[in-house]
Design a binder for this molecule. Structure first.
Ligand code: HEC
Length: 164
């Protein structure tokens, strides 16, 4: 049986539409995939930060015995981590408003990017200062860790929701 010319055109249009729609869905899916990965990666970065900073907070509070060598190592690792520009993982479309339940990132990050970057720079400076004195005794460590804690809060307060 021969298809009429019109039917041929119609079926060609249908095939093209299906291919186009399919590729549009694929693009949307891979974009969502990239966004999910960026969210998971920045959260993993913060976990790494806590992995290194946790013992330093413990020593500052006196919950862990001060150990100059361990403190120096953790602070140096933290400084290395702080060199990574994590703010780049806050992709457009990845605030809590966009992805409720997945992230605590406030939309304010995208509304005032410069302030977010400044909070990150302040934190980096606090980490660098801590790395200078971590081996100089518990009181010096405790003071620098106090400043570090403030710099975490300096970003979390304006830019991180309490809940997911
Ligand atoms: C420049 C901003 C900024 C700085 C500085 C910062 N954080 Fe965060 N942190 C965030 C944001 C934003 C989130 C939410 C990320 C998300 O849910 O997508 C977060 C999430 C976290 C989380 C939760 C991670 C998870 O698994 O969901 C922990 C823990 C954390 N931060 C600890 C710290 C500590 C400790 C410091 C300081 C030593 C610190 N952060 C410094 C912005 C910052």
């Amino acid at each position: 049986m021969q298809m009429s010319r019109n039917r041929k055109i119609l079926s060609a249009v249908a095939v093209c539409s299906a291919v186009l729609l399919g590729s549009m869905i694929a693009v949307t899916q891979s974009q969502a995939d990239t966004e999910d990965k960026a969210i998971a990666t920045r959260q993993g970065y913060m976990k790494l930060v806590v992995w290194e900073a946790g013992p330093l907070f413990g020593m500052a509070k006196g919950e862990i015995a001060y150990d100059a060598e361990a403190a120096t190592t953790h602070a140096a690792n933290l400084k290395a981590i702080s060199q990574y520009p994590v703010t780049g993982l806050f992709l457009d479309g990845t605030s809590k408003a966009d992805r409720p339940g997945k992230t605590r990132a406030k939309a304010d990050i995208w509304q005032d990017r410069a302030k977010f970057e400044a909070a990150f720079d302040d934190w980096r400076a606090a980490v660098a200062a801590l790395a200078e004195v971590a081996g100089d005794g518990q009181p010096a460590l405790a003071a620098a860790v106090g400043d570090l804690g403030k710099s975490c809060g300096g970003c979390h307060k304006p830019f991180r929701h309490k809940d997911f």
